[in-house]
Design a protein around this ligand. Structure first.
Ligand code: SAM
Length: 322
């Protein structure tokens, strides 16, 4: 097993199935143009081999499928069929929910039991302004259907000053009523925000600021979370739980166990590092040739992790999937 000086190793793999997305969220896509798939995206079969090799070479235990928007990818079905028999402890998926109703039967058939659905507002006009694609009612319908099917759901919201801070409480109420766990994600200095300190700071909402907004209406207490969890979790007694991924306010680099594989075959050991390692060519090779080379690259990818704190990076979230 590859372990670094701080005792960190890769356990959680995020695979970005495609860089295509049917949204162009303001904080993710500065020019507002919706992304199409990169021309050199790997085949579903190569990605499945990638997951299988990384289970063996890095000790991956959990897989999250992301994007771009994974539900727009024509590779989804083949990928799901390929990864479900690999013996992972958990397979989950992050989606903007726009195609959730349509793809739900496929997800259920593949054994997906956990979903993260990104939703930054319950106001239809604000939704259009922030997501610049899709339609709120369609997402809410998908969420209801997924709930009725018994899926465990987390809702991801990025609080943005001047844009959706007034939606923190409505979204929290909405989630508590339905048994969803709301996850607030502090805005990260990724992509264009990495070089636009002003743009970042005018929108950024910190953990203390967020807790103050919630504290005006709810009493809550911090609850425990697994050692390598990225979210701080808070319980509102008798009503439910919410989480905060506080990259800036409470960095979790010391316990980070994430590895990312892009749709074009690049490994990223750290969101905050511009280093990436090409493995696309290895995924066409037989196991005995691929694994030693992969292990060498994994050592480098683990070395890319920050020591203490997340500092942002030029990597664009729409490519690597958050
Ligand atoms: N399309 C899928 C979705 O919407 O969930 C998966 C990809 S999306 C990039 C994954 C998550 O990253 C979303 O919840 C999105 O809000 C979040 N995200 C994108 N850019 C971000 C940033 N700069 N800071 C914090 N979160 C960001």
């Amino acid at each position: 097993m590859i372990v670094d000086r701080q005792g960190r190793r890769f356990r959680n793999l995020r695979v970005s199935l495609t860089s295509a997305c049917n949204y162009a969220c303001t904080y993710c896509v500065p020019n507002g143009k919706r992304l199409v798939a990169a021309q050199d995206e790997l085949s579903a079969e190569a990605m499945v081999r990638g997951v299988a090799y990384l289970i063996e070479a890095a000790g991956i235990e959990r897989l999250r499928i992301t994007g771009g928007e994974p539900l727009v990818s024509p590779r989804l079905e083949t990928f799901l069929r390929g990864v479900t028999p690999l013996g992972l402890d958990d397979i989950s998926l992050t989606t903007n929910g726009q195609l959730l109703s349509r793809k739900l039967p496929l997800l259920l058939e593949a054994g997906i039991r956990r979903l993260n659905v990104s939703l930054d507002t319950l106001d239809p006009d604000h939704f259009r302004q922030i997501a610049r694609g899709g339609d709120l009612a369609t997402v809410l319908d998908g969420l209801e259907r997924a709930r009725a099917a018994g899926l465990k759901i987390k809702v991801n919201m990025v609080p943005l000053r001047g844009q959706n801070l007034d939606q923190v409480l409505p979204l929290l109420d909405y989630c508590l009523e339905r048994g969803f766990e709301l996850r607030f994600i502090e805005l990260m200095r990724m992509g264009h925000l990495a070089s636009d300190a002003n743009g970042f700071l005018t929108q950024f909402v910190s953990l203390p600021q967020l807790l103050q907004v919630i504290g005006e209406h709810y009493e809550f207490l911090q609850t425990g979370a697994p050692v390598d969890a990225t979210a701080l979790r808070y319980e509102i007694p008798g009503q439910g739980v919410f989480g905060v991924i506080a990259n800036e306010s409470v960095p979790f680099c010391r316990t980070c166990s994430r590895l990312r594989l892009s749709s074009t075959g690049w490994l990223h050991g750290c969101l905050s590092s511009s280093n990436r390692h090409f493995v696309g060519d290895l995924l066409d090779k037989p196991r005995h040739q691929a694994l030693p080379a992969l292990q060498r690259l994994l050592v480098k990818a683990l070395g890319d992790k920050q020591e203490v704190a997340f500092s942002g990076g030029a990597t664009v979230m729409k490519i690597i999937g958050g």
